[in-house]
Design a protein around this ligand. Structure first.
Ligand code: MN
Length: 262
């Protein structure tokens, strides 16, 4: 699986998607602007294992705030939202006020729509992201993507019930592995963050996330088979959360189908 990939930003998305399909990889295809959602969703037509998320990346939030109207219009088309969040790193700190406005608007839209699965960027903003999610999210399910908080922040986010998507690039030192060990096994999903994330000098893709399996087997002190089983259970759990949300979303709008009646 790859629960955070930017399929539309690879050099040859169609060739990559053909490989993903051939290998049977489950992918959450995140987008960086609402305008990119329809085209990115189209790329995955006919691919049962690819879900497309509606997003507005915090690094683009300031210049694309006007696309929130598109975001609100498209929210009914997907159970998944991302990439969203805050970026407090030096380069983007100056736009934090706009980023906050955009992020809070999106969280609110998701709440009003019955909740979504959220793939969240928190670089340089771990503390604030945890606080905002705790106060503003009741129906949505946050997945912290490539979380780089302190050990205390890992523990706090885990206690709050948040999920984490992690990849080989996030596990490359003992210090990082010690942090990953603080995440409950039932809340771990794999991600590549390709094509941005690099590993051994090469862009990662959804075909590379399994490099994290031997590392998790070391962290959890269990066999690779057991790691794979756990990850499969987690994937099935997050899929079931997403489906239940969509049932709730439609329950007030449509009568249940006759087939579903007791
Ligand atoms: Mn990303």
């Amino acid at each position: 699986m790859d629960f955070h990939a930017h399929l539309d930003l690879f050099d040859d998305p169609r060739a990559l998607i053909a490989q993903i399909k051939a290998e049977g990889v489950y992918v959450l295809s995140v987008t960086t602007t609402p305008k990119a959602f329809p085209g990115t969703k189209n790329l995955a037509l006919g691919c049962e294992r690819i879900r497309t998320a509606l997003g507005l990346h915090p690094q683009l939030a300031a210049e694309r705030e006007d696309e929130l109207t598109i975001f609100d219009r498209l929210i009914g088309e997907t159970n998944y939202v991302g990439e969203i969040g805050l970026d407090g790193s030096n380069e983007f700190r100056s736009t934090l006020a706009q980023q906050r406005r955009v992020f809070l608007h999106i969280l609110q839209t998701c709440e009003e729509s019955g909740g979504r699965i959220l793939s969240i960027h928190s670089r340089g903003a771990a503390r604030e992201i945890i606080d905002l999610l705790k106060t503003s999210v009741h129906f949505s399910t946050p997945i912290l993507h490539w979380f780089t908080g302190t050990k205390n922040e890992f523990v706090e986010a885990a206690r709050a019930g948040f999920w984490f998507s992690i990849g080989p690039a996030m596990l490359r030192s003992q210090r990082l592995m010690d942090k990953a060990a603080l995440i409950p096994r039932s809340k771990v999903l794999l991600e590549s963050d390709g094509p941005f994330a690099k590993y051994n000098g090469r862009s990662l893709s959804p075909l590379d996330t399994s490099a994290a399996i031997p590392i998790l087997s070391q962290i959890w002190n269990t066999s690779e088979d057991e790691v794979i089983l756990q990850l499969k259970r987690n994937l099935s759990e997050i899929g079931s959360i997403a489906r239940n949300r969509s049932q709730r979303r439609f329950s007030n709008e449509r009568p249940r189908s006759k087939l579903a009646a007791p």
